[in-house]
Design a protein around this ligand. Structure first.
Ligand code: MN
Length: 197
């Protein structure tokens, strides 16, 4: 079983002052982020024991814990590195600046949309700028909590649609029968291709 580790901050705890205090960074990194790391490892350990037949677990609950905490860990790891000390007139340069102008019209329009995303997240969450790789465009998304509904930086390998529209005509309400049968039609060559990209 592979454990996850708390990465050190890439700068001093007071490096983001006065925007973010040393006290906030210390608590946020050493307590909150560390808690997500520990809870991720606890969930991974339960799953490991369950796979080996050493422990009975509520798989659904453990997977929910894992998703929440692992995403919390990944998002915080990215968050630390996407900040640095304060600078006047801080704006993007290079290719990302061009792409922002292309997709949002201007930096100000992008900033306004990102601001709105950040300020209107329901409950606790995140505002995220991402590059949607299929349509090749920048998009802003809101992540609720850490995991609804996103696994940051996970390369998708194998997916199964379990909406009713995917099976109802064939299996009526028996989703489990659909899932059981579905394994027969998985294209593992394609999975391998995605994995070894
Ligand atoms: Mn946080």
């Amino acid at each position: 079983m592979q454990k996850v580790e708390l990465p050190p901050l890439p700068y001093a705890y007071d490096a983001l002052e006065p925007v973010i205090s040393k006290e906030t960074m210390t608590l946020h990194h050493d307590k909150h982020h560390a808690a997500y790391v520990n809870a991720t490892n606890a969930a991974l350990e339960k799953l490991d024991k369950s796979r080996k037949g050493e422990m009975e677990i509520d798989t659904r609950a453990v997977l929910r814990d894992l998703t929440f905490n692992l995403n919390g860990h990944i998002l915080h790891s990215m968050f630390w590195t996407n900040m640095k000390g304060t600078k006047d007139n801080n704006k993007p340069n290079g290719e990302i600046a061009k792409q922002i102008d292309k997709d949002f019209g201007s930096f100000d329009a992008f900033k306004k949309e990102f601001d709105t995303a950040a300020k209107t997240v329901e409950g606790s969450g995140w505002a995220v700028l991402g590059f949607e790789q299929n349509s090749k465009q920048l998009v802003i998304v809101q992540i609720e909590k850490h995991n609804i509904n996103n696994i940051a930086n996970l390369r998708t390998l194998l997916i199964l649609d379990v909406w009713e529209h995917a099976f109802y005509v064939d299996y009526k309400n028996d989703k489990a029968a659909f899932v059981d049968k579905w394994w027969d039609i998985v294209n593992w060559d394609e999975v391998e291709k995605r994995f070894t990209l």
